[in-house]
Design a protein around this ligand. Sequence first.
Ligand SMILES: *Cc1c(COP(=O)(O)O)cnc(C)c1O
Length: 378
Amino acid sequence: MISFNVPPFIGTELTYVKEAIDAHKICGDGRFTKNCHSFIEERFGAQKALLTTSGTSALEMATLLCGLKAGDEVIVPSFTFSSTATAIVLTGATPVFADIRPDTMNLDEAIIEDAVTERTKAIMAVHYAGVACEMDTILDIAARHGLKVIEDAAQGVMSFYKGRALGTIGDFGCYSFHETKNYSMGEGGALVIRDPENNDAAEILREKGTNRARFFRGQVDKYTWVDYGSSYLPSDMNAAYLWAQLLEADRINENRLAIWNTYHEAFSPLAAAGRIEVPFIPEGCVHNAHMYYIKLRDLAERTAFIRYLKERGIVAVFHYIPLHSAPAGLRFGRFAGEDRYTTSESDRLVRLPLYYGLTPEEQAFVIRTAMEYFDENP
Ligand SMILES: *Cc1c(COP(=O)(O)O)cnc(C)c1O
């Protein structure tokens, strides 16, 4: 049986988790949390990184720090995980869903401007599969209309756009370290902040509305409740688990890329023949092999293909039910313009097993089985 995902495990995680426990420092912002912050800041050129309890909470911090409120609108793809939209709804603002490009499944930068109204306050750019949105165009639209840009880079850790790490390009970037992502701490995430003027507000929001971070740095002589806040900092035990993986980030990344490339070589001939579609990586984008997907003819074929693999011991999955057609999407949001690709493309997409440590034999079996399906169903 070949799973769709196995959480990354390097082997040194327990050593660091034990160190955190032995140091009697298992609450937030201990040594391992600081190590992870420094890694993200140095490796990705991030002005400031803060670990969070999830990618979802990083997105919530971002929408709150943007000062969104009832009546505001945020442009967001409908083809994304619920968290992207729910972080908008938390502030009272309205998610305005816009269509995607069929080649990358990312927000179509060419139609964003049509969705802008006088209520629009931000654009939420989701880097699907760790492949960057067309950020130059998005930043240009944002600058001309005075909008904030939040990057949902949950899938984009270790991906780049024109040399810049995803998550560091917009006003705020949000990473996920969920067990299904490339680097993991079980449940966790990080917020990346571009402008230093947002640092204090972010620390206060993350630390229950207190100025504790400034107090620990000796910048104020007592710490107190200064603003609205919540608890968005993870335990240092979780950070220790993540730290083990960040130290081996290149090894994990290279392993995933090798698997991705093997799939791509195997499936590209079928794509060239027009039988299926495979992912497209635009020029200037360096991706992190977060996922490998193929697109089949339609929903019926996808269902048949997933069943075919399952009967042979392989778990392949699909996502997302477009948010604008989901019960909460209907209640909280609206679709701007025409749904040309969101629904039709999401119906056809299937993700193949891809995780750190998937063996060449297992992958060969997945490819062989998929090829048998296409032989039997030309
Ligand atoms: C995984 C994911 C999230 C949520 O991250 P969690 O850490 O699970 O809260 C948000 N957006 C996208 C696009 C994701 O893939």
